[in-house]
Design a protein around this ligand. Structure first.
Ligand SMILES: [Zn+2]
Length: 443
């Protein structure tokens, strides 16, 4: 995953017809400012209204994902959204002079091509990636989607249809720019012949043809040219999932397991994720403090670790190593010290004439102490501890040059790869700051 928000270097356009509405349309990707997110703009309407591509604006999930505000609609946005999600487009205005993007060949390849043509530029602001700490799922009829904690987007999908010439198909991949562009983006929309009449009556697929969809009729597969992959169908379902997940408004790092998915269950899962993500007390792991990396710890018999040994246990370096020495390192407890010297670089600006150690750096010291405790030998050796959240943070007394900070971390709960620790900083036996920290152990 990329660390910075990105937008386009320049605008690009593409014309065609909408799959469901059949309307002629020109779509233009335009750069947008930091934290804009993805917005679709109807330039054919008065006032050129914009609709944010967010779960809150989803109004319809029948065979495609439609967003709307009032009576304004933009249909079938999922393939564009999939390309944006996988290629790392955080901020964009998508201008349309009709109510649906051009379908192209029914895949996401035309949009990948547009993004590459426009080029991407980093915007100097952190990207927030959504992660979960507990599984979530949604089930409806024969369809099930499950989301498990993970540090990158991985999608596994199984499809099986009661009719038609499709065998059960399974495909799984870790999603990144290259894997998406090569293995998922080229996969086209498909439908069953027996559905076509019904869809036409429902006013859908007016722009549909063998140029932009695969039709399955009994044992035969009707397509222009050959299938692009033997399992093109299940891969297209993964494409739809990647697009629908991006309605969260930020990239998702999770493992998805989908059985016979569709836009409705994808949307319901994303809706749940939006509620979970909104409850998060702090930025997700990827943008939080740098990970504490463990190598087998050089702990003495008394549980002490000196400054040299310490540097083997944390990836931090001056001026960001917030511990001088570890006094005690046990399975559920760690104690470290930090001598706060007037030579610390931050005292120059915090504050001249009245030096005070910033509270956030005490928090960082607690996080580093908790991190090495969780990674102490055993099954977690060599893994990473991501600092995920801080609760009940209190700064009780100022810490000034000359103080010796005693940092204590105590493991209060551990479940699989999540650990919670109660941490304090003391000076002269008195608590100066405290916090409850949550870590994700990864490796
Ligand atoms: Zn699709």
């Amino acid at each position: 995953m990329f660390k910075q928000q990105q937008t386009f270097k320049k605008s690009v356009s593409f014309s065609g017809v909408g799959l469901h509405t059949g309307n002629a349309v020109t779509m233009t990707f335009k750069p947008a400012a930091v934290d804009t997110g993805i917005r679709f703009k109807r330039t054919d309407l008065d006032d050129q209204p914009e609709i944010e591509a967010l779960v809150a604006n989803v109004v319809e999930t029948t065979r495609g994902t439609t967003i709307g505000k009032g009576n304004i609609r933009v249909h079938t946005i999922e393939h564009v959204m999939a390309a944006f999600h996988a290629l790392g487009v955080d901020n964009a205005i998508v201008e349309l002079d009709a109510n649906e993007p051009p379908v192209g060949d029914g895949s996401a390849s035309p949009y990948v091509k547009m993004i590459r043509e426009a080029g991407l530029v980093e915007q100097g602001a952190q990207r927030e990636v959504a992660q979960i700490t507990e599984p979530i799922w949604f089930k409806q009829g024969d369809s099930t989607v499950v989301m498990l904690p993970a540090d990158r987007l991985q999608v596994s999908c199984t499809i099986s249809f009661p009719v038609g010439g499709l065998d059960s198909q399974y495909f799984s991949l870790g999603v990144d720019r290259e894997s998406f562009a090569e293995q998922i983006a080229p996969c086209r929309t498909f439908c069953f012949f027996h559905e076509v009449e019904h869809l036409m009556k429902a006013g859908l697929i007016k722009g549909g043809s063998l140029e932009n969809a695969i039709i399955v009729r009994g044992e035969s597969v009707l397509t222009q040219g050959a299938l692009r992959f033997r399992d093109e169908f299940v891969r297209h379902k993964i494409l739809d999932i990647i697009g629908d997940l991006y309605l969260l408004g930020r990239p998702v790092a999770a493992q998805i397991i989908a059985i016979r998915p569709g836009h409705t269950v994808n949307y319901e899962l994303t809706k749940q994720l939006a509620v979970k993500a909104a409850k998060r007390p702090s930025p997700p792991a990827e943008v939080a403090a740098a990970p504490a990396k463990a190598t087998p710890p050089p702990v003495s018999d008394t549980g002490e670790v000196d400054s040299v040994g310490l540097l083997k246990m944390v990836p931090h370096r001056y001026p960001f190593v917030m511990l001088d020495r570890v006094l005690k390192l046990e399975e559920k407890k760690a104690v470290a010290i930090k001598n706060v010297s007037i030579n610390e670089p931050y005292f120059q600006g915090h504050f001249p004439g009245h030096p005070v150690m910033p509270g956030v750096l005490q928090l960082e010291a607690m996080a580093q102490c908790g991190g090495i405790m969780l990674l102490k030998g055993g099954q977690n050796a060599g893994k990473l501890a991501y600092f995920m959240s801080a609760d009940n943070v209190k700064f009780r007394k100022p810490v000034t040059p000359g103080d010796q900070l005693l940092i204590e971390a105590e493991l209060t709960a551990q479940r699989r790869n999540i650990g919670r620790a109660k941490c304090t900083c003391k000076v002269g036996g008195e608590v100066v700051s405290e916090a409850e920290l949550l870590f994700l152990i990864h490796g």
